[in-house]
Ligand binder design. Structure first.
Ligand SMILES: C[S@@+](CC[C@H](N)C(=O)[O-])C[C@H]1O[C@@H](n2cnc3c(N)ncnc32)[C@H](O)[C@@H]1O
Length: 465
């Protein structure tokens, strides 16, 4: 769920009643919590447009030091109003996501020993109960789908791959590697360089994170000179603006000669793409192009490169930039690699509650076109189908997931952690976020890729829009 400032200052206050109708009113706890409704945007309601780049100055107890040096704490000059300033706002949302995660961990919603190390130190992490519950449901739902992707599928054990778009400070790779020591997994994280550099800095200063990454020998780890790219045999952090994936490399006359923008990606492995509140920041065309890059260019349905033979890499802590592991160069074979996508996004911008969110964001110069394009569960399913995940699709809002995916016993445990007295408010909020998932099976004629997504077929999806 969204991360939001617990202490969002109140200025332009909008009250949402239990029917989702809004009205202007006096400061009240409901609108303060509604700051959460800006979800991944996480902009306090009172923020005015010129303040947008200065997220840190606006967040008491929510804005953390991490933004310093990451572009999040802009200087407020006129140049901040350009595209770079918008990017800084988007980059800064990672800070809110990690603070919300830590809040949910510290209150017992989630068990995550890595959240603290990947959240910048600062005062006050505590979020409102509905935000904590939302973070819990969001994380648990995606974990469920990830675990089902990774579980044995009736075939001999095989390596699988996860590519997380806009991963920010996400802890999932650490949780997976620590809970499943024998897991055969290659994990990639993509984000802007300013965010990848911050994460790598945290890894370098935290023995627990290094140990979990199974970095035993110096030669197992290479980090670019800029400190923003990291490669180990199992884990890769790529500093990249996703929008650049679909643009031809400027450095090369021939696209065929251009270095891979994502070194270490193995295009022969069953692969799961995750966009946890990332693609929504792109325009619909950009978001679609990014997904198409994976479905049609990197993991082309008609051919895939065989794995590259292992080649030696420079065994250093800090290698020449960029740190580049071997890329797949063997001749293509004809097969279709199983590929899937999990999305976590806001939905339903057109009901009274959604309209309030949209107008609050618009007042700050933020127009989430992708939210309008994929406004319903049905639109999310269709999006997945049209983008090539044609073997199966499902979607469910957070309210449904809480009700139907979480066991009664677990719901009781979570409900006992904090008093959540406005159940209607929770339901209203939770109906405006969804998880959607879709997959394309392997080539059944070849047999070796059968069944990777069998466990997803049993996941209870929500009908209708
Ligand atoms: C709300 S945060 C979510 C972080 C993480 N997925 C999580 O759920 O904890 C959104 C992330 O997407 C990243 N992001 C958004 N647009 C991006 C782009 N064009 N290229 C790379 N990363 C992007 C941001 O930098 C930020 O880290």
């Amino acid at each position: 769920m969204p991360a939001a400032s617990q202490q969002a200052p109140d200025a332009r206050v909008i009250i949402i009643d239990n029917h989702g109708n809004s009205q202007r009113g006096k400061p009240h706890h409901v609108p303060r919590k509604l700051a959460a409704f800006a979800l991944c945007l996480l902009l306090p309601l009172s923020m005015s447009a010129p303040q947008i780049p200065n997220l840190n100055t606006l967040r008491r107890g929510g804005g953390r030091g991490r933004l310093r040096g990451r572009g999040g704490a802009g200087t407020g000059t006129s140049s901040d109003h350009g595209a770079a300033a918008k990017d800084r706002v988007v980059q800064g949302t990672d800070n809110d996501a990690s603070v919300s995660r830590l809040s949910a961990v510290e209150l017992g919603y989630l068990d995550d020993p890595f959240a603290r190390a990947l959240t910048a130190s600062g005062p006050g992490t505590r979020r409102f109960p509905i935000i904590n519950r939302g973070t819990y449901v969001r994380t648990t739902a995606i974990d469920n789908l990830v675990n089902r992707f990774l579980e044995p599928d009736g075939q001999p054990p095989r390596k699988k791959q996860i590519i997380s778009l806009g991963a920010g400070s996400d802890t999932r790779v650490f949780r997976l590697l620590s809970s499943r020591p024998s897991l055969e997994l290659v994990y990639h994280e993509l984000d802007f360089a300013v965010n990848t550099a911050a994460k790598i800095k945290a890894i370098r200063s935290t023995p627990l994170l290094q140990k979990t990454l199974r970095v035993e020998k110096p030669e197992d780890l290479s980090i670019s000179a800029e400190g923003d790219a990291l490669h180990t045999p199992f884990y890769h952090i790529h500093p990249i603006d996703l929008r650049s994936l679909t643009k031809p490399a400027a450095s090369s006359d021939s696209p065929a000669e251009a270095p891979s923008p994502l070194p270490g990606v193995d295009t022969t492995l069953p692969t799961l793409l995750i966009s946890e509140c990332c693609l929504v920041y792109l325009s619909p065309t950009e978001a679609a192009d990014v997904v198409t890059y994976f479905t049609r260019t990197l993991f082309s349905p008609s051919s895939s490169a065989a794995p590259a033979p292992p080649t030696p890499t420079t065994p250093t802590q800090t290698s020449p930039s960029p740190a580049t592991p071997p890329i797949s160069t063997a001749p293509p074979t004809t097969s279709t690699v199983p590929l899937s996508l999990i999305l976590y996004e806001p939905i339903r911008p057109d009901d009274p509650f959604g309209k309030t969110m949209v107008s609050n964001l618009a007042a700050r110069g933020i127009h989430l076109q992708t939210l309008h394009r994929y406004a319903t569960l049905g639109a999310q399913r269709q999006r997945l189908r049209e983008q090539g995940f044609d073997s199966g699709q499902g979607a469910a809002d957070v309210d449904f997931i809480w009700e139907r995916w979480i066991s009664e016993q677990e719901k009781e445990r979570v409900a006992g952690l904090e008093m959540l007295d406005e159940v209607e408010e929770w339901k209203l909020l939770a109906r405006h976020y969804c998880v959607a998932w879709g997959w394309r099976d392997g080539d059944a004629r070849r047999g070796e890729y059968d069944g990777v997504f069998n466990a997803w077929r049993d996941v209870e999806a929500q009908e209708g829009d």
